[in-house]
Design a binder for this molecule. Sequence first.
Ligand code: ZN
Length: 467
Amino acid sequence: MKYFYLAAIFLLVFSSCNDVKLTNHTAENVNKQDSTIIKNLFNTALNNGQSYEWLDHLSNQIGGRLSGSHESVEAILWSERLMQNLGFDKVWLQNVIVPNWYRGEKEEAYFTLNNIKYNVAICALGGSIPTPISGITGEVIEVHSLEEAENLGEKLRGKIVFFNRPFDNTHIQTFKAYSGCVDQRGGGAKVTGKFGVLGVIVRSMTHSIDDYPHTGAMGYGDIPENEKVPTAAISTKAANLLSEKLKENPSLQFYFKQSCKTLPDEPSSNVIGELIGTDFPDKIITVGGHIDSWDLGDGAHDDGAGVVQSIEVLRLFKLNGIKPKHTIRCVLFINEENGLRGGIKYAEEAKLKNENHIAALESDSGGFTPRGFTFDATDENAKLFLSWKPLLAPYGLNEIEKGHGGSDIGPLKSETISLFGYRPDSQRYFDYHHSEADTFDKVNKRELELGAASMASLIYLLDTYLN
Ligand SMILES: [Zn+2]
């Protein structure tokens, strides 16, 4: 009896202690399990990653992939085959009709002053009409904003309008400098066409003072055909020189010539591969980038990096034996650069099929060192995402904050979906963006792999905790 009593007390104390410990252990275990899985994702990406090799192929074997080009078709078929070979549960192409603008012959530009000819590095902007075969020659009028151009009105007639507002170098997030300037590229021709201008030239969208012209999309909106004028970007070096020389002689003559053209729309496609969820196959988490790029470089950072990282996310899941509860979809969107038709089509079809998309992550900011993620989500979900900071911080993912998701996933936006943008370091992005300098050699293998692992970690946490 005595022993029974002692044994009972012992058992009571032991088991209650054990209970307490167990509770602690459970919480710790969950956290520990998450950090172990995240560590494994990083280990696999860094020791046994494939993204860099894939990017080498996409950049160096296929090259620039403008919508409608044969390179874009090649990239689509290559990535479809790659996803099939990786053994994703389902792989398919989603039909998208894309615009088909092409650059034609290399553009030419120069200006003359006091019988000296200054060559100008120039490229047509995507969507622009060509110049006449003989080119355009005229006086230049320099402006710094759409508003200034509008106010000049009739004074622009017969002139080449030169938009020359530079990036604000004081922004630490370089995308802010870009968005503070890009209206000149997108809307310069639309705003000035009605004043009978000869053409529009725009300072390249970069901080870097160099001789690369940076292309990008421009639009005419719904202005009449006869008001559309040829539009081009000139390098920042050329822009500075032109501005300086205009002060010497405002009537110097500028010449440029381009032969770009818009052909009829082309059939193309998004490339989609998925791992089907074990518990909630009908709830979808998308991870993606865009498979098209501009034509001047090979689109390694924009957005070859996002493409290979997104494929790598699903491969890292498989390699680590992670069976997702939700369906994880890798989507390579076509036509982000000059139409967004891929992103729009993906969202349209999701709506049509009544698909339940709970989260989407886009990587379209280059393949640089990870810094964090921005998200567009409800306050309640925001709390959940912020609670993951300690799990992600050891990998340099310190910037987890509200912000933009991504262009391609933007059309999916609803009250129930959380949209994420992968945010690598942005300091060098605009040195390369949309220019001949966006090539594979600018991508660092480890940085690219760290990005893929960062994205896989976020997708893992979303799959584990989001409903
Ligand atoms: Zn991009």
